[in-house]
Design a protein around this ligand. Structure first.
Ligand SMILES: *Cc1c(COP(=O)(O)O)cnc(C)c1O
Length: 223
């Protein structure tokens, strides 16, 4: 799929290729409100952000029916800023973070939906739990200790490589883990796939894709 450069057309083109069971998160990090409004006016209500301050500013100034997903690495001391409104936190990568989300959710009288981030890539740089940690988390009942958190599934990022069979293997392994725990724990979200690999992720069982640059163009971090 190629990026055309018109947010509405790019969004619609991507949406037309997604199976009906797959939810699109439009990743708007670093992008201005005007860009988000273009997508919003074309019918997109779910947006993903990586930076807490940026997310809070956008939530304050953009339409209130937008559903904001936090998709980046979340620092525990910043959970309080997004706890009042965030719809889904994708990147829960430690028990201490989970504990803090539970605490802030309680303060806000909310139950916050979360995805545990599972480490599937070969690189050392990606955050997340490994497979053994995930299994023991659910098998030991640790998952029941956070009443104000609703763990609805997993999120994973594949290795940043051109090796398609490597990426496929990583997605398939996470999908298998998801399936093995899905029924017992009422999971309904497997978040994997970005602009470069979402087709493959869907083939491997993803039902939530996080797409940024294919909708909004490349990001400029130097601004
Ligand atoms: C930035 C980001 C995306 C979107 O990446 P694109 O390649 O622009 O689609 C998806 N997921 C996470 C966790 C991200 O940080």
């Amino acid at each position: 799929m190629n990026f055309i450069g018109d947010i509405k057309s790019d969004l619609q083109k991507i949406k037309s290729t997604l199976p009906t069971n797959v939810t699109l998160v439009a990743v708007s990090k670093t992008k201005p409100n005007e860009d988000i409004l273009q997508a919003y006016n074309a019918g997109q209500l779910i947006f993903g952000e990586n930076y807490v301050q940026e997310l809070v500013d956008k939530q304050n100034s953009l339409p209130k029916d937008i559903k904001w997903h936090f998709i980046g690495h979340l620092q525990s001391n910043k959970v309080k800023y997004i706890a009042p409104f965030v719809t889904l936190i994708h990147g829960v990568d430690s028990l201490s973070l989970l504990k803090e989300i539970n605490k802030q959710a309680q303060k806000n009288n909310r139950i916050i939906n979360c995805l545990l981030q599972v480490f599937i890539a070969k690189e050392e740089t990606k955050f997340g739990f490994d497979y053994n940690e995930i299994n023991s988390f659910f098998n030991t009942g640790e998952n029941l200790k956070y009443p104000n958190v609703n763990i609805v599934g997993f999120m994973g990022m594949a290795s940043n490589t051109d090796n398609t069979s490597q990426i496929k293997l990583e997605f398939e392994t996470l999908a298998a883990l998801y399936k093995s725990l899905q029924q017992k724990n009422n999971f309904n979200i497997l978040s994997m796939g970005m602009s470069n690999d979402y087709d493959l992720a869907i083939k491997c069982g993803s039902n939530m894709v996080r797409i940024g640059s294919l909708i909004f163009g490349n990001r400029n971090y130097s601004k």
